[in-house]
Ligand binder design. Structure first.
Ligand code: CO8
Length: 258
């Protein structure tokens, strides 16, 4: 079994580390295999309340798809590789628990696309984001043209995709690509944020993700109808009763995820 993607558990936090530091964690078939397995396991992992995705080594989150691997792809295999990557990142985005990308160093091409499939992107001062595919004569293929436009708007997405330029953490924050820029290492801050999330209502987190992800492209009236249905569903949970009782009794809530 490959160790191109490593997974560790810290209480109810799962950490996924993309682990090819000598190639700046570039994405090859083994990385996709590891991500696919992680997504499949986490989909039904009720004991995991938050996920942190990070890259091994000091230099990169992920510096894109592996260019050596891609260089000899036929059009059909390239499309299949992109289709597989898109499917896995769709699965990552649809995980029931919050997923946090901890970005230190390069998050380029497919690396930026992995980060954008996460709910939060936590960047430190070393982070460098970009979609440099046009420099290689290709376009983003793991959802980048679409997720970037949805996250940062058309103007910023066109800027990044058509120039291939890299932006630092502060510019990524201004664009709305990074959720937060932190002091110290992104992985440490992301773990702290994940710890905070583990004390929140798991069912509410799941429904909140659904409300946002499943309706982002819908008309406002349709999306709000979905929201109020999901809001109503919260009142069928023990978590809602516990959360509101804890507030009224001036104590911390102990959510069971039911
Ligand atoms: N693929 C393969 N190897 C890589 C990659 C990569 N994307 N990025 C870095 N490496 C390797 C380098 O070749 C080098 O290996 P070696 O030591 O054996 O020569 C090692 O990592 C260290 O890299 P550098 O020496 O280049 O480090 P620098 O600090 O000088 O530069 C950069 C760092 C700027 C990040 C530079 O490595 C770079 O530009 N990398 C390529 C970035 C890039 O273009 N990424 C986008 C790739 S395209 C893509 O992601 C499309 C996704 C959708 C795919 C759809 C499927 C068909």
């Amino acid at each position: 079994m490959s160790d191109a993607v490593q997974r560790t558990r810290d209480g109810s936090i799962e950490r996924i580390t993309i682990n090819r530091p000598a190639a700046l964690n570039a994405i090859n078939e083994e990385v996709l295999d590891g991500l696919e397995a992680a997504v499949a396991d986490l989909r039904s992992a009720t004991d995991v309340r938050a996920v942190v995705v990070t890259g091994a080594g000091e230099k990169a989150f992920v510096a894109g798809a592996d260019i050596g691997f891609m260089s000899s792809l036929t059009p059909v295999r390239a499309e299949l590789f992109a289709e597989r990557g898109q499917g896995i990142l769709d699965g990552l985005a649809a995980l029931p628990m919050p997923v946090i990308a901890a970005v230190s160093g390069f998050a380029l091409g497919g690396g930026c696309e992995i980060a954008m499939a996460c709910d939060l992107i936590i960047a430190d001062a070393t982070a460098r984001f970009g979609q440099p595919e046009v420099k290689l004569g290709v376009i983003p293929g793991f959802g980048g043209t679409q997720r970037l436009a949805r996250r940062v708007g058309l103007s910023n997405a066109l800027d990044l995709c058509l120039t291939g330029r890299m932006v630092g953490a502060e510019e990524a924050l201004r664009m709305g690509l990074a959720s937060q820029v932190v002091e110290g290492k992104a992985a440490d801050a992301a773990t702290e944020i994940a710890r905070g999330i583990t004390s929140l209502g798991p069912v509410a987190l799941r429904l909140c993700k659904r409300a946002i992800h499943e309706n982002v492209d819908a008309a406002l009236s349709t999306a709000q109808a979905a929201e109020r249905t999901l809001f109503g569903m919260c009142f069928a949970t023990e978590d809602q009763k516990e959360g509101m009782a804890a507030f009224l009794e001036k104590r911390s809530a102990a959510f069971q995820g039911r």
